[in-house]
Design a protein around this ligand. Sequence first.
Ligand code: ADP
Ligand code: AMP
Length: 216
Amino acid sequence: MVVILLGPPGVGKGTQGVLLAEVTGARHLATGDLLRAARRDGTEFGRQAQGYMDRGELVPDRLIVDLVCEVLGTLDCETGVVFDGFPRTVPQAEALAEALAEAGRQVDRVIVLEADDELLVKRIGGRRTCSTCGAVYNVFFRPSRREGVCDRDGTVLVHRADDDPATIRRRLEVYRQDTASIVRFYEGSAARLERVRANRPVAEVQDALREAVGTP
Ligand code: ADP
Ligand code: AMP
């Protein structure tokens, strides 16, 4: 099954996407994570993306589509995929539809996670991530057992550079500009689109998500 998680920054796409992928055996494919890994590795691709990311702008479609197609090419056709943070523009959605069609596949479910901006800003402000394993914590809502240190591997947690207040505002604006058209795109497609309120505890959101996706 191919599932797309749509929603503003901080709504919980990564948190929920990891859990959903675990329970369904799907691959969690988060373009933001892939971009940050490319930057850490110092690749040409990461270098090209960094200015856009630091300003809270979208990385050009061509770069993102190449990145996603490269990963999709490594998966066999049976492997489910949970997309997180992709697609973010209609051209990306069109390119995804084309790439999937070539493999005889299609987008099955589109889930729009929703929460108010005030909560998103608080969640993003408190987000801390592990640069080794990608685990995501929150100083207000989901703290690590030992402050500032990853529960899994002991790495010192970081506050993402683009999680500062000015860039958060810009990222929310960018999301609002592009999302309406993405939602319209999927409303006119064969995929089933469901909305899930994400201003609830992680487990409750996960239950609603599984119900929307049709996974027990
Ligand atoms: P996104 O991938 O949509 O940007 P994340 O999954 O990284 O969002 O979540 C943003 C922050 O909010 C993280 O610090 C995460 O731990 C926290 N978070 C996610 N879902 C919830 C929730 N349901 N309740 C409280 N905090 C949450
Ligand atoms: P995220 O981790 O999803 O919050 O993404 C962090 C940043 O990576 C965004 O602000 C963009 O600069 C970039 N990015 C991630 N995914 C995409 C995408 N699908 N299209 C364009 N830019 C993206």
